[in-house]
Design a protein. Structure first.
Lengths: 455, 485
């Protein structure tokens, strides 16, 4: 199977060369635009704060530009048919994230985060290039289904051995760097779910269609056994680590992929039922979670109790201050949120300083990224590729929804990193891996589409 | 599978729509609620992000702003803080604002819409104008003379220009340094606690926020009412008053602090401050005409603003004849702020006209262009001009050879009235010493200054003379300062 893919890759290019080169040109133009936008944002912060362009602007622009350009060359070389929008979105979001973190660093002179974030971004782009260069066909990943799941479970378990940070055991500290292994596990679990469901899809669908009511469960359960077990273990580990955002993410991913693979609406019903049971149980039993739900229902409760505004209230104040057009970069006061302003609450800074206009633009960028992932999924022909594309895109969509909904008061807050924007090395590296896989998948999709309609 | 992928994509699209709708809710629909929530510090931060406009006395700022580099960046500073505290009030990051700092806050902080170059301009640019300045009517020499005169005592001084109503001096002692309250740290908190716990109440603006029984100085009002009503036609005719005077309907005997009040003329009674004569005069004039005159002078007006609020001076109208007798000599429920008594002196000096007192000459933008000026103020007639002329005669007599000789200024024409007000349970408190007066220079066409002085802890000597002994020299110093400038 993989052999066929490689043959196809080497055999296909000559005919549509002209058209494909044009797409890479679009990508290059978009990357230049993304880098310019980021540099503009960087300069805007300096101009607003000190009236001068910050001294590092040229270096920042050059660094981001070189990284993006190298990534672009890798795509041009090894994935010439890839979707031209994916990489520029990654560059723009990552660049914007660096601007926001740099901007918040000005408020916390003793605790700069942007330089570290820049190092992690470089590592992320390096991983992107490596994936694009090394992974010539996504179907190779199917051979590593059980390696993926094992590594994922190990990564999820390791932080239990390390001391808790801010109430959650999700970090490990190595040589001064904080790493969140759960972030990497996301991609690995997506690969595992996609591969396993693709392989057992027939059995799942067949069993469900043939047998009704009571007898439905036996064959289904037999096939589902390993996957449910893995899911239970991962969720169990996460509840123990108190990282509820990630468990919610895994659960959503699981349900979406199950639905796409089998087409059974029943799975959604079962999934939602399980989710609500779990939510009620955890909300009742776990004081930490119960507190989050209370805060969500009454964001100003702490003000009324005379304890001053909590983080959610401060976050809402920041968004409200932004209004339609925002205060302008560098001119907001989102730093009042306090702890986690550069990570979980980074979106509040975007909302305050760029306004509803900027926030909507950011949401639409994520939307476009997800849409392009789904489009690749629709265009691909192999079930594994389709499920992987859908899984990775859904991962981004769910993560954005969970954290953005959390900080804007739509749903209870669960700590999680805003993809690309938030401070957090593991998250940036993981997101670059996701974009790399989507680039590879979209490249395969267009090749599989052959000389026909590219969409 | 394609169909189900589309379903999943639709689900993701729904999530996106939910986020966008919710963002609109928070950032546009509910923005106003969140922005105005008292726990939202953004307004406070913006307010202290720029230097505050200044309050000017005689062209020089008596305030300033200091860049602290803290989160709330600029802090108020004061030049001669205790001297001008009854004018400026304080502007604290922790405890809000008072007096001029309060009433002119929009202008000083730059928030006032009138400062914007175009309507809604600041709403659009999210900018804030530089704070404007407030030019006061205070005469620094008079202010300092009053403050120095009261030093180490307790009391207040108010001085106005009779022809305009401009307030030339507003002093309250003991005072405090408002700069202590400017910040938001421990210094401000300690000062706040200490000042509030001080039994002498240094933050109380005695010149406008405290009323005292005016005592004999109120006889000016009683005399004006009697003269206007025609109860007295000849100042030198004996008034047929007994000494002691039995309050009507009671057995209470009213006596005098000085001799020779029995059957005295109004002139003698005024110069020597005979309680018996004026108590009887008030009763003869009647409560209705007393009320009309007192209210024309400004009593019973609950809403005097200069621009900050002045406490209401009272003349009780629901009185029997005995109470009216006491009210007419500035006792019972008659109470007045020092500023009100300065207005009484000013009305006499100004031909019977009462001009509303004011403290703000004009306000300007940071660049100096005028925002508003005091303009012409409403005028009220408290008595006939002829009555005013005769009262000026009486008041000059007090200074020339009566109880107020210590207020005399060589080369100037000065009229005054002393007062000593009993207070406390059974009149047990140390009496308040009063002096109200006006002065015009030898070459002037009209009086330049009217002043009221009250000293709370005058010497324990309870004789009428204490108003003339303690308060009159302070009034003279203030009047001299105005006449010389």
């Amino acid at each position: 199977m993989s052999k066929a893919g490689i043959t196809l890759a080497t055999a296909d290019p000559p005919a549509p060369t002209v058209r494909l080169t044009g797409r890479r040109g679009v990508e290059l133009a978009l990357i230049v635009l993304a880098v310019l936008l980021s540099v503009y944002g960087y300069c805007a912060v300096g101009l607003a704060r000190n009236g001068t362009v910050p001294p590092g602007a040229a270096g920042y622009g050059a660094g981001l530009g070189v990284l993006a350009l190298v990534a672009h060359l890798a795509v041009r070389w090894r994935a010439p048919c890839a979707d031209p929008v994916l990489l520029p979105i990654g560059v723009l979001l990552n660049g914007l994230g660096l601007v926001l973190i740099y901007r918040l660093d000005l408020e916390t002179p003793g605790d700069p985060a942007a330089p570290t974030q820049l190092i992690w971004s470089t590592l992320g782009v390096a991983l992107f290039i490596m994936v694009v260069l090394v992974l010539r066909d996504h179907r190779v990943l199917q051979n590593y289904t059980y390696v993926c799941v094992t590594v994922a479970l190990v990564l999820l378990t390791v932080p239990i051995l390390f001391p808790a940070v801010n109430g959650a055991r999700i970090w490990i500290r190595v040589a001064g760097f904080s790493i969140q292994p759960g972030e990497f596990a996301k991609v690995l679990l997506a690969v595992f779910f996609a591969a396993y469901l693709a392989a057992n899809r027939g059995a799942l669908t067949y069993a469900g269609r043939r047998v009704r009511w009571l007898r439905l469960r036996l064959p289904t359960g037999r096939v589902l056994g390993p996957i449910v077990a893995v899911w239970l273990v991962s969720v169990g580990v996460l509840v123990l680590e108190r990282d509820l955002g990630t468990s919610l993410l895994f659960f959503g991913l699981f349900v979406v992929l199950l639905y796409v693979a089998t087409g059974r609406t029943g799975w959604i019903a079962v999934g939602l039922l399980l989710a609500s049971l779990g939510a009620v149980a955890v909300g009742r039993l776990e004081p930490h979670v119960h507190h989050r739900i209370e805060t969500w229902l009454h964001p100003f409760g702490s003000i009324e109790a005379g304890e001053g505004p909590n983080q959610i209230a401060q976050s809402l104040f920041a968004f409200a201050e932004g209004g339609t057009l925002g205060t302008g970069l560098g001119l907001g006061h989102s730093v009042l949120i306090g702890f986690a302003v550069k990570s979980d609450f980074i979106l509040a800074t975007a909302g305050e300083e760029l306004g509803l206009a900027g926030l909507s633009a950011i949401f639409l960028l994520y939307g476009l990224l997800v849409e392009r992932g789904y489009r690749a999924g629709l265009a691909l022909r192999d079930p594994f590729g389709r499920l992987l594309a859908v899984g990775l895109a859904s991962l981004v969509a769910l993560q954005v929804f969970v954290i953005a909904g959390g900080v804007t008061g739509l749903i209870p807050l669960t700590g999680m990193a805003m993809p690309f924007l938030a401070q957090g090395g593991s998250s940036v590296v993981t997101n670059w891996a996701i974009v790399a896989l989507l680039v590879r998948l979209s490249d395969s999709a267009r090749r599989q589409g052959g000389g026909g309609a590219p969409r | 599978m394609t169909r189900h992928i589309r379903h999943a994509a639709l689900f993701c699209a729904l999530l996106l729509v939910a986020l966008l709708v919710n963002a609109t809710r928070v950032q546009v629909l509910h923005a106003e609620d969140y922005e105005t929530n008292p726990a939202n510090r953004r307004d406070t931060i913006a307010r202290y992000q720029q230097p505050r406009g200044d309050i000017l006395v005689d062209g020089r700022p008596v305030t300033g702003s200091r860049d602290t580099g803290e989160h709330l960046r600029y802090e108020r500073t004061y030049r001669d803080g205790p001297l001008y505290a009854p004018v400026t009030g304080f502007a604290s990051q922790e405890y809000g604002t008072t007096l001029l700092e309060h009433t002119e806050d929009g202008l000083l902080s730059g928030a006032a819409p009138v400062l914007a170059p175009l309507p809604l301009w600041n709403e659009f640019t999210r900018g804030r104008n530089a704070g404007g300045h407030v030019v006061t009517t205070i005469d620094p020499a008079a202010q300092r003379a009053a403050y120095e005169g009261l030093r180490s005592r307790k009391g207040a001084v108010a001085a106005v220009e009779p022809s305009t109503g401009r307030i030339l001096a507003l002093v309250s002692v003991p005072s405090y340094d408002p700069a202590l309250l400017s910040g938001n740290g421990a210094v401000a908190r300690d000062a706040w606690a200490r000042l509030n716990a001080d039994p002498d109440r240094p933050m109380l603006n005695r010149a406008v926020r405290r009323t005292y029984p005016p005592g004999s100085t109120f006889k000016v009002v009683t005399a004006a009412a009697a003269l206007d009503a025609g109860v007295v036609r000849n100042l030198d005719r004996p008034t047929d008053s007994p000494d002691p005077y039995i309050l009507p309907g009671t057995r209470t005997r009213l006596t005098n602090g000085s001799e020779g009040c029995e059957d005295a003329s109004v002139r003698e009674a005024f110069v020597w401050s005979c309680n018996t004569v004026f108590a009887k005069l008030g009763v003869t004039t009647g409560v209705e005409r007393m009320r009309a005159t007192a209210e024309a002078f400004g009593f019973n007006d609950p809403d005097v603003r200069i621009p900050f609020r002045v406490a209401r001076s009272t003349f009780d109208t629901t009185v029997d004849r005995a109470q009216l007798a006491l009210s007419s000599i500035g006792q019972y429920n008659t109470r007045a702020t020092p500023l009100q008594m300065a207005m009484v002196a000013a009305a006499v000096a100004g031909g019977g006209q009462v001009r509303e007192p004011y403290l703000v000459e004009r306000t300007t933008r940071a660049g100096g262009s005028t925002v508003s000026t005091a303009g012409s103020r409403p005028v009220r007639r408290a008595m006939y001009p002829a009555t005013a002329t005769r009262l000026r005669e009486l008041m000059r007599g007090v200074v020339e050879d009566g109880t107020g000789t210590k207020a005399a200024i060589p080369g100037a024409i000065v009229g005054g009235k002393t007062g000593t007000a009993q207070h406390g349970l059974g009149n047990s408190g140390t009496p308040y010493a009063w002096f109200i007066s006006w002065a015009r220079g030898g070459a002037d066409m009209e009086a330049k200054v009217a002043v009221a002085v009250v000293v709370e802890d005058a010497a324990a000597n309870r004789r009428e003379i204490s108003g003339g002994g303690t308060a009159a020299p302070i009034a003279r110093a203030v009047m001299e300062a105005v006449l010389n400038s």
